[in-house]
Structures are given as structure tokens and as C-alpha cells.
Design a protein around this ligand. Structure first.
Ligand code: ADP
Ligand code: CA
Length: 424
């Protein structure tokens, strides 16, 4: 993209922040083109690499102060109408940049709360959003001692990872100690310090899980889609598998879920832009698991379509540049996606059955994102999926059945490799 391209006076310029690995760049860029927005991409790259690759706006997301300065200097020459983070990696940076530029967006504090599970829980419980009993502990603490203090079943979780990485259920003190060791190894491996790093222990909330995709305008929540997660998610690890919309829950339950998400957003101070919330629902009603200040991840957004062929990214961009979106509704059909979980660790040697699976009625696409001959790491340590199955149909039940059938036709050959460590 040419930085110095002059733009028409009525054209709006948007800065999209993204990590180089994001799945979502394409969808946002084509939506921006359709809307005739000028787009600048701010990518998380060290400066030397940005110069080398001629990336117009290379930013170091790990250094938010320097990055905000770069953005502000850039905006001086090229006025920006909105700064948007495409994925979670830069939502806090986007908030700081918007604040520095005087653009109406989520406050840096709200953006931080949506990323930090301890702050999120603290603000949610203060703000009256129903959420599990939680307690923070340090990695340096004695697990046997904690194991005596917590309720069972419980869930251990890191405060700043995503995609269920490091989230482990424990039913007994012995399981707690094992889960603690595993989480600690993962976090130390990620470069966290034993002395300062906090993790959470929460009561396990049984029930049915849902995800709500919404858009906030001046703090008002508009529900874009409510997804059921029809697979039981009872642990000990929590793979995101299937999402199906519209929800089959009763209307009152759906209203209670939306209310719960509004309360949670308000508790955190989230005001503007996309939210992706996850909840559990049981006899006592909905419980907040988390709320993120971003839209649904991976390629999942492709299942959402709004009036007149509008995709989620277009809706988010329209909202970001101040367009009215309150009247927009999701199309009528049912839709679903499965993030294909990694069944076991090893090297992916072959994928079979994709063509047969694609021929299953209602299946609209299958994307295998894992690469052949690369190692696969399942949860709780891993961070990826084998791929995605998409389907669309008249009813959520038909969509769910089609996705399950397609999944059963896929065969992944995974070779277990036993690492051999030899002295050099
Ligand atoms: P992440 O940001 O890594 O996705 P979450 O807090 O959303 O972390 O947890 C991931 C998954 O773990 C949830 O979708 C849910 O299935 C399960 N989970 C997390 N916390 C709880 C809890 N307190 N009770 C029951 N299940 C939980
Ligand atoms: Ca989650």
C-alpha cells in the first residue's frame, strides 16, 4: 500500500493493526475496498524488518508507547478516522492510539480489562455480571497448599493467553497439583517469570456454552449473532469445536444472555466496537466466562452474513467510521463452523477425505490450515487447529449434522514422533 497516495477529500482513512499471522487481513482489506475506505496496515514487525520488507507502518506491539508515537506521527501527515485492531494482539494498542488521537473508542483501561482475565473478573464481579468464584495465585506458590484452599471441580487458567491454552479442569487436589505443574511449565516456556506471574483458579461452571457476537455503540449492545456450542465442554481441556447460529435456546434465555453481556461490557467500560463473549448457561441462568473487545477469531467470521451480502468485517468498518448500523440484521439461514481439533501430538503426514467431506450437503467449505510434515501440538499447550468446516442450511440442527458428517469423513494421519535427545 502506498503511504503517500493522496486520497479524495471525502474518503476516510482507517488504520488496521494486525499481527503478520492473522487469518483476517484479507476479509478486512476487501471490505475496506468495497466501502471505498483508504486503508493503512500497521503490522507487528521490528522496525528493521519493516524497512526491509517495505511495510508502510511497521509497529512493535510489544512496545506500545513507541508504537503510539509512530501512529500519532503518521496521523499528523495522513489524518485517521479510526484505528482498529483486527485481532486481539493489538486491542490495547488501538485503544491507546485512539485515545491519543482523540477518537471515540474503548478506553485503554477497558481494552486492558478485556485482555487480562484477572482484571476482567474483578471488574465483572464489581459490576454485577454473574461469574464464577475466582482466586488469583502466583506460579511461585506451593500447589499442595493451594489445592487445599480451592473448591472442586475447578479450572486453572492463565490470565493472558487465548484459545483455551493452559485452561485445565481439576476435580481433586491431586489433579490440581498435576494441572498446576503443567500450566507452570507452559507459562515458563512462554517466557513468564515464576516470581511475578499470576494465574486464576475458578469454580467450574457446568452447563451449555454459547458465544455472543455483538457490536457496541456508545455502550449500547447490538447482538449480531448468538452461537450455540453443541459439543459438551467438560474438560479437562477445552477445545473450541463447533459454533452454530441461530441459537436453539428459548427466547427468554437468549434475552438473559444478551443482558448478561451488556452488564459485563458496562462493568469493564467497553463502549465501542465489536465484542465476542463466551458464557455458560445452566438452571441458575447465564454466567460470564469472558468478553473480548474484538470479533470472532480465525476464519469463523465467514459464516456470518448480514443484509445485502454484508460481511462482519464490513459491518465493523462501517461502525468504526461512524455509520449507523442499528438496522442491520443477520440473514435468515442457519450457519455453523467447526474448528477441527488436533486429536493427538505428532507430525501431520496426510489428510484424506476432504473431497468426500466437501460433498456433504449443506457443507459450504473445508479449509485445512495445518501444514503437512509439521508438528501438531494439541491443547492445553498448542495454539492451533487442523482447519475449519463451514456449513449453511435451513435449521441449526441440519447444519450441525452436516458438520459432524463431514468431520467423520476426514482422516488425519498423525505420526507420533518420539524426540531423541543425543549428546553432541
Ligand atoms: P481463553 O481466553 O483461552 O479462551 P476462557 O476463559 O474463555 O479462556 O476459557 C476457555 C474455555 O474453558 C471456555 O470456553 C470454557 O469452555 C472453559 N472454561 C473456562 N473457565 C471455565 C469455568 N469457570 N467453568 C467452566 N468452564 C470454563
Ligand atoms: Ca475463550
Amino acid at each position: 500500500m502506498d503511504m503517500d497516495r493522496t486520497i479524495a477529500s471525502d474518503q476516510k482513512r482507517v488504520l488496521l493493526l494486525m499481527s503478520p499471522a492473522t487469518y483476517r487481513a484479507g476479509a478486512f482489506l476487501s471490505a475496506a475496498k468495497k466501502l471505498n475506505l483508504a486503508v493503512v496496515v500497521g503490522i507487528d514487525l521490528p522496525e528493521t524488518l519493516s524497512e526491509y520488507w517495505h511495510v508502510p507502518l511497521g509497529l512493535d506491539f510489544a512496545n506500545p508507547q513507541a508504537s503510539v508515537r509512530t501512529v500519532v506521527e503518521y496521523a499528523h501527515e495522513h489524518p485517521l478516522h479510526a484505528v482498529l485492531s483486527v485481532d486481539d494482539s493489538a486491542s490495547e494498542l488501538a485503544a491507546h492510539a485512539n485515545a491519543a488521537l482523540g477518537l471515540a473508542q474503548n478506553s485503554p483501561r477497558a481494552a486492558e480489562a478485556a485482555r487480562d482475565k484477572l482484571l476482567m473478573r474483578a471488574l465483572m464481579s464489581q459490576g454485577g455480571a454473574p461469574c464464577p468464584v475466582f482466586r488469583p495465585f502466583y506460579l511461585r506458590d506451593d500447589p499442595a497448599e493451594i489445592a487445599r484452599q480451592v473448591n472442586y471441580p475447578c479450572v486453572l487458567k492463565p490470565t493472558r493467553l487465548s484459545g483455551s491454552r493452559g485452561v485445565i479442569r481439576a476435580d481433586t487436589p491431586a489433579e490440581f497439583v498435576a494441572a498446576f505443574q503443567r500450566l507452570k511449565r507452559l507459562l515458563l516456556h512462554e517466557g513468564h517469570s515464576e516470581h511475578e506471574t499470576v494465574f486464576l483458579v475458578e469454580d467450574f461452571i457446568p452447563g451449555f456454552e454459547v458465544a455472543l457476537e455483538g457490536l457496541l455503540t456508545h455502550g449500547q449492545l447490538k447482538v449480531l449473532a448468538l452461537f450455540d456450542k453443541p459439543d459438551p465442554l467438560d474438560g479437562p481441556f477445552f477445545e473450541e469445536t463447533m459454533y452454530v447460529t441461530p441459537s436453539r435456546l428459548p427466547a427468554e434465555t437468549q434475552a438473559a444472555i444478551a443482558h448478561c453481556v451488556s452488564v459485563a461490557a458496562r462493568s469493564l467500560g467497553l463502549q465501542e466496537g465489536p465484542v465476542h463473549a463466551e458464557l455458560r448457561v445452566n438452571e441458575q441462568g447465564p454466567w460470564m466466562l469472558e468478553i473480548a473487545g474484538r470479533s470472532i477469531g480465525g476464519l469463523c467470521s465467514t459464516v456470518l452474513e448480514f443484509g445485502a451480502g454484508m460481511c462482519l468485517e464490513e459491518l465493523i468498518l462501517r461502525h468504526a467510521v461512524g455509520e449507523e448500523i442499528t438496522g442491520v440484521e443477520r440473514e435468515n439461514s442457519a450457519a455453523g463452523v467447526m474448528m477441527i481439533p488436533i486429536p493427538s501430538a505428532g507430525i501431520l503426514k496426510a489428510v484424506r477425505g476432504v473431497e468426500e467431506a466437501k460433498r456433504v450437503p449443506l457443507v459450504t467449505g473445508i479449509e485445512i490450515s495445518a501444514k503437512l510434515n509439521y508438528p501438531l501440538v494439541p491443547l492445553p499447550e498448542g495454539a492451533s487447529y487442523l482447519g475449519f468446516i463451514f456449513a449453511r442450511g435451513e435449521t441449526p440442527a441440519a447444519v450441525e449434522a452436516a458438520i459432524r458428517q463431514a468431520h467423520s469423513l476426514l482422516h488425519f494421519e498423525i505420526r507420533r514422533e518420539i524426540p531423541v535427545l543425543r549428546p553432541v
